[in-house]
Ligand binder design. Structure first.
Ligand code: UT7
Length: 331
């Protein structure tokens, strides 16, 4: 039976570092508050001439190099992003052109911070169906362009960056010990759409609209409520995929959660009974990079030698929509 294997990972973050000290000069906040409440110490900010496709392109090139695959071999390019270069065409098409992957289908996927897990799920379905054998999934964001830099409750949280994986079809079975995706599980609850949103800029409040609120083009979040649902739903998704596979939390070599808040990650870790060595956390350096956070953290962990062939890895996501999900894979 056909299954999906990760053939290579890559990531890219912009050079410019924005520290908490810099934010102290912009809004009424402090390094102490940000570190204690979120775990974030600094984040990366895209240069004025960099858009989401530029970050995604760099991550994609790194992933293709790691996989030893040429761009022309790609059959599908999926970009998970909440901050596309433009409404259309898709950021995936812009990256396709830069890569020279002209034989591929390319489209964007909108699931905010859960976008990468949604992307893996879609790619896995295409590969298992036999439609494609070589797929590139990218999570890329320039959150700095939608953050309200006057709102201390949100502007301290987010950063820019991109991560990517090259996926290939395999005929070996991951459940029987071969490398590959074992289970993906994705969920949504649209009734809670307003927990995290950018209300303006689309067809409801288009650009130039006589807005009631001139800040409608910026991100809004009901942080407290989001926090609680995030912990509950990521734990539930994690348990579902590990139960389905008949494994225990102890068996996981690595858990790579969406990097939203260190307190959320620690709460999930406590609930699942994880040891510190199992949890990947890099939000101190990048903040919340939305759809990019899981592939960046996965790529860093892989390059640091934190995973070996045969290891079980769990990816966990939560974000606007609301959306959430999990992927269990064998490295
Ligand atoms: O990626 C998508 C998923 N997103 C998430 O999962 C985010 C989930 N939420 C969170 O991470 C947290 O709720 C936040 C980090 C956003 C906020 O942390 P919190 O512990 O829930 O704080 P809070 O919103 O309850 O605010 C506590 C206090 C308030 O002051 P008062 O009302 O107690 O006087 C806020 O005004 O902290 C204040 N505050 C700040 N103070 C200094 C809020 N932001 C800041 C700030 N600096 N940046």
């Amino acid at each position: 039976m056909t299954a999906t294997v990760i053939a290579g990972t890559g990531s890219y973050v912009p050079e410019r570092v924005m520290t908490n000290a810099e934010l102290e000069r912009m809004v009424d906040t402090s390094d102490e508050w940000i570190v204690a409440r979120t775990g974030i110490r600094e984040r990366r900010i895209a240069a004025a001439d960099q858009a989401t496709s530029d970050l995604g392109l760099a991550a994609a090139r790194n992933a293709l190099a790691a996989a030893g695959m040429r761009a022309e071999e790609l059959e599908l390019i999926l970009v998970a992003t909440a901050t596309p270069d433009m409404s259309f065409p898709a950021t995936a098409c812009l990256i396709q052109a830069q890569l020279g992957a002209l034989g591929a289908a390319a489209f964007d996927l909108s699931a905010a911070c859960s976008g990468f897990i949604y992307g893996l799920s879609v790619a896995d379905a295409f590969i298992r169906s036999g439609a494609y054998r070589n797929v590139l999934v990218i999570g890329a964001e320039t959150m700095s362009r939608v953050v309200d830099w006057e709102d201390r409750a949100t502007c301290v949280l987010f950063g820019d960056g991109a991560g990517a994986v090259v996926l290939k079809a395999t005929d070996a079975e991951p459940r029987a010990g071969a490398s590959g995706l074992i289970h993906t599980d994705i969920h949504s609850d649209g009734a809670a759409w307003d927990y995290i949103c950018v209300p303006g800029g689309g067809s409801r409040i288009p650009p130039g609209h006589a807005m009631v609120d001139e800040r409608a083009q910026f991100l809004r979040m009901r942080g407290n409520e989001t926090f609680k649902v995030a912990v509950r739903n990521m734990e539930r998704a994690a348990r579902k995929v590990i139960d389905q596979a008949g494994v225990k939390a102890d068996d996981l070599s690595l858990v790579v959660p969406h990097q939203a808040n260190a307190r959320i990650l620690n709460a999930i870790s406590d609930r699942l009974g994880l040891a510190e060595r199992q949890l990947v956390m890099n939000l101190d350096r990048y903040g919340n990079t939305s759809a990019a956070s899981i592939p960046i953290a996965l790529d860093e962990a892989a390059r640091a030698g934190r995973v070996a062939a045969g290891d079980l890895v769990l990816l966990l996501a939560f974000g606007s929509g609301l959306t959430w999900g999990a992927t269990l894979l064998r490295w």
